[in-house]
Design a protein around this ligand. Sequence first.
Ligand code: SF4
Length: 429
Amino acid sequence: MLSENQMENRIIPYKMLLKALSSTQELVERILPENGIPSLRIGLKYIKSVLENTIQKAREGLPIIGYHFALPAEYLSCFDCVPICIEGTSYFLATLLLGGVENYYDLIGNWGHPFHTCTSQKGTMGMTLEDLFRFDAIITPSAPCDSTCGSYGYFKYAKKFPTVIADTPFIHEKKSQIYYADEIKRSLIDIGKIINQEPDFEKLRYHVEIENQVLHKKTEIFELIKSTPSPIENMFNPVSAAATIFISGTPENLSFYDEMLNITKKRYKEKSHHGGEEHIRTIWPYMLTFFDISFCEWLDRELGLSILMDIFNYNFFEPINTKSDLNELFLGMSKKAMGFPMVKQSTDFYYPIIDDCIQMAQDYDVDCFIYTQSLACKQFGSIPTILREALKDELGIPMLIIEFDVGDARMTSIKKFKEKINLFVQTLL
Ligand code: SF4
């Protein structure tokens, strides 16, 4: 019989994450003025609350289920379990720890995993090599990318964690949505068999409904972001990405968006900008620098450059019908999951992302795009050049491309990012 301490030590990286979050929160509370970077202050409060709850569940001995971020976290609410986001752990420890999680990338690299795969998985892979996570089961879609499919084999075959894969269709048509609805349901039932639990789909409805309400608030926020100056600070992007990945389906996520909506409305009425003055409005159709999110603040304050959205934010879905039968519920869940960040953009041809970007550039009165091309995302390799041409031809808007690794500062440092953006900005003003 394991002690409570041994039970919670099945998820040591989540304990590291909680500690890092708590120290950051303390710094924020002590150093920043009361109204400084509200998204960070509010986000830390709610994410910390959910992480504490997660660790408590581990202490009680509930099964540990690792999930890919591309599977909405609330789908696991049909179980009494400890949900652990594999990619979120890598990236948010990279954000919060001094020096990031580079030693874990190196560990798994030295073990023999290819260096050019995604750091979102490599960090957690390195951690499991050291037995810092002890998963009872893992669930992942076969989306969004080859890197995901290639890396999850390590968990299944090298670490022998029972791994369930929901086969994600490539084409976004009605028959694909129905197919994926069946796959999601089948995967949850399979996970239930591994951990000896019957999935509680009534409980699932409740948590899916919370996300419907989150969607409503998020949509309102994004309507307000269309105004000039943008009423939201750049830091909202990485913090809301963390909320989407770690705490979706919880009352805390709803409270986060509720508080953010109130702040956004107030700033909209006052026409105030977080950095003082807005000079440039940008969309980052891909990712931010998770290895250093203070960069968001630098862009706001030093350049007056607003990041209106990144890949984790421009994914909206139809509210899911939670009142009808299970088929309808799973169909809604399937549509949402197929439109989830990165899944939407990666599991289709390039036309939808080009169309979305052109439409968003018009709706949000954007001056330019900044496209961060990650080494790992092979499936995205052809997009930047085509998108740059489309934005130029259709709207006369320029786009800067920066190659980087989202979680590893050693590839393109923040210093280099600043130099490239400074030079680019000079061509705009
Ligand atoms: S799409 Fe790119 S960033 Fe996302 S998981 Fe795959 S390789 Fe990583």
